[in-house]
Design a binder for this molecule. Structure first.
Ligand SMILES: Nc1ncnc2c1ncn2[C@@H]1O[C@H](COP(=O)(O)OP(=O)(O)OP(=O)(O)O)[C@@H](O)[C@H]1O
Ligand SMILES: [Mg+2]
Length: 287
């Protein structure tokens, strides 16, 4: 018989509920945080907003040709962790990041490293499609222009076309490239944003709930696209939809109150989770 009071029950890593209420950690992540061919390697990453400890000792790899889904209850730190991967948190006052994050073996937070080219190598697609108030063509051409990726108008035209093709949008927009990007449907706008990200030849694409503003048909198109993009890019996607995580990802990471609780093959996480908190979340007991 368990005679301990519930608040004394030991969680993974020896923390009690009382420790956790004081802001302690859940201990080590269950499962394998490494990828066979890592593109990004994150080790013991911590993030604070002022005194708020939003990410606690998180280690995780993002591998070549894989989609990693990040799931967990609202406020658990999914977006915060994602933003660390291309230093988008740099723009938030009072946000502090520690630990090691490497892209192809190089520290992305190394002193003197410029975050601007990094954000081309590690591109980001946001929850709400956010095309620039420019033409469809200019939305895609903008990045290659500022990064000086092409030498002539013909090269730029070709890059715009390839990027729109890879984003599955070319056939729908090829006759209206000079029209505003904001005039497209929501799903088309999101594919335009994906084309814009692809145009600067990223290695990794981060997506923060990229379908949450889209209808089921537009969502299905983006999900298919994510699967195709995996051939050439590494993808980390935050989603609130467990069905979506199951459909698009090979590995899933479950976050809870700033801790990375469990990582594993997506199939395993959804059919045979090892940690009670993961199980509670995927069976809908909380979240
Ligand atoms: N700019 C900020 N300043 C202060 N605190 C922040 C900031 N952004 C996030 N936080 C806090 O950090 C924690 C993690 O937030 P985050 O947005 O990463 O969660 P999330 O898992 O993406 O949630 P959601 O599913 O609702 O998008 C939350 O407690 C949140 O309130
Ligand atoms: Mg979020």
């Amino acid at each position: 018989m368990n005679t301990l009071a519930p608040e004394m029950t030991r969680h993974r890593g020896g923390a009690t509920a009382a420790d956790l209420a004081r802001g302690g950690s859940f201990g080590e992540t269950v499962g394998d945080v490494t990828a066979a061919e890592p593109r990004m390697v994150c080790r013991e990453v911590n993030v604070w907003y002022g005194d708020k400890h939003a990410i606690k000792d998180v280690s995780l790899d993002i591998g070549k040709n894989e989609v990693v889904a990040m799931i967990g209850p609202s406020g658990c730190g999914k977006s915060t962790f994602l933003r660390c991967l291309n230093r988008m948190n740099d723009t938030i006052d009072g946000c502090r990041v520690t630990g090691s994050i490497q892209l192809d073996g190089e520290e992305i937070y190394a002193r003197g490293r410029d975050p601007v080219p990094l954000r081309a190598q590690v591109g980001m697609v946001f929850q709400k499609p956010n095309p620039f108030p420019k033409s469809i063509y200019e939305n895609v051409a903008y990045g290659p222009r500022i990064h000086g990726l092409t030498n002539s108008r013909a090269e730029l035209d070709a890059l715009v076309e390839t990027s729109l093709r890879k984003a599955g949008l070319w056939n729908e927009v090829k006759d209206r490239l000079d029209q505003p990007g904001t005039g497209l449907s929501g799903g088309q706008q999101q594919r335009l944003c994906i084309a814009r990200t692809i145009a600067v030849s990223p290695e990794v694409i981060l997506m923060d709930e990229p379908c949450s503003a889209l209808d089921p048909i537009a969502t299905a198109i983006i999900e298919e696209l994510i699967d195709e993009l995996r051939e050439n890019y590494s993808i980390a996607i935050v989603t609130h939809s467990m069905q979506q995580a199951a459909r698009v990802s090979q590995r899933t990471a479950y976050f809870h109150l700033g801790d990375l609780i469990e990582v594993g093959e997506t199939n395993e996480i959804f059919t045979n989770p090892r940690h009670r908190l993961t199980e509670d979340y995927i069976t809908g007991r909380f979240g």
